[in-house]
Design a protein around this ligand. Structure first.
Ligand SMILES: [Zn+2]
Length: 272
């Protein structure tokens, strides 16, 4: 009996080890559309048939790995301990704080880490933004209840990411004209308000965080609707982590414009 148990434990551990390797490959499979090249209908079908992963698992892996894409310290922990071990810190960490969070993710059990993150959010983060929305009375009642949940922010984020999944595909082209479907998507996301955190002024400019002149691509997840002031700040190279998106934006103390930005500045200087 002891032997059978031993074998079971061993095989179980090995199975998880190999599954982790599959999980870590998913972003590449998504990015290079390997599922399509291998004639599967979707990445879900690919991962389901080839590795027995369900849709939620695939979404979760992609979401977490996307959040830690520019945080090599956390990626390393994910490789060693699995995606679950970094999940609690994937959103709260930034490239600057990744090392701090990697150390926590590496050494703390998951439930302790979750609590730590929860308290950290409440106590140590400088501030939380309050939002007010107008909802129908019934929906407002449900929302009041929903926001009491411990995993409220995580669920809300998951929901918003899934809405994002409907976004149109990126278009590679020489034309600066943003395709209508992409513009519509960005407008829907921004509500025509500047997407710089806490700005909210009327948005006037569609800004490519991956500069169009260099990348020749209209990618809806790299186009943000900004007010004039924030668009200028971006081109002055004063926004840190610009390519990671607004959640990670913060002002730089020292400007670091790209080559394209220098050209834009020169052009504007001439044109007024
Ligand atoms: Zn703004």
């Amino acid at each position: 009996m002891k032997d059978i148990h031993k074998q079971f434990v061993f095989y179980g551990q090995e199975a998880r080890k190999w599954m982790r390797k599959c999980e870590l490959l998913l972003p590449k499979i998504a990015k290079q559309k390997i599922w399509k090249k291998k004639r599967f209908g979707s990445i879900y079908e690919y991962a389901g048939k080839l590795a027995g992963m369900n849709r939620d698992k695939v979404n979760e892996c992609l979401r977490v790995l996307n959040n830690i894409e520019n945080k090599p310290e956390l990626k390393k922990v994910a490789e060693e301990k699995g995606i679950n071990s970094v999940k609690p810190v994937a959103v709260i960490s930034t490239p600057e704080t990744a090392e701090f969070w990697a150390e926590k993710a590496k050494n703390m059990p998951k439930n302790a880490l979750e609590k730590y993150v929860q308290s950290y959010r409440l106590e140590l983060l400088p501030r939380k933004a309050a939002v007010s929305v107008n909802l129908s009375p019934d929906l407002a009642k449900r929302f009041e209840q929903f926001k009491q949940r411990a995993d409220f922010e995580e669920l809300l984020e998951k929901f918003m990411d899934e809405v994002e999944d409907d976004k149109p595909e990126a278009v590679e082209t020489d034309s600066r004209h943003i395709p209508a479907a992409i513009e519509k998507h960005v407008r829907r996301r921004s509500g025509d308000c500047c997407e710089y955190p806490d700005c909210g002024r009327k948005a006037e400019i569609f800004h490519h965080t991956a500069r169009f002149a260099t990348h020749k691509c209209h990618d809806p997840s790299k186009i943000y609707h900004l007010c004039e002031g924030h668009e200028r700040l971006a081109h002055l190279g004063l926004i840190e982590n610009e390519e990671l998106g607004p959640r990670h934006w913060r002002l730089r103390e020292k400007a670091s414009p790209t080559e394209t930005d220098r050209l834009v500045a020169k052009y504007r200087g001439r044109g007024g």
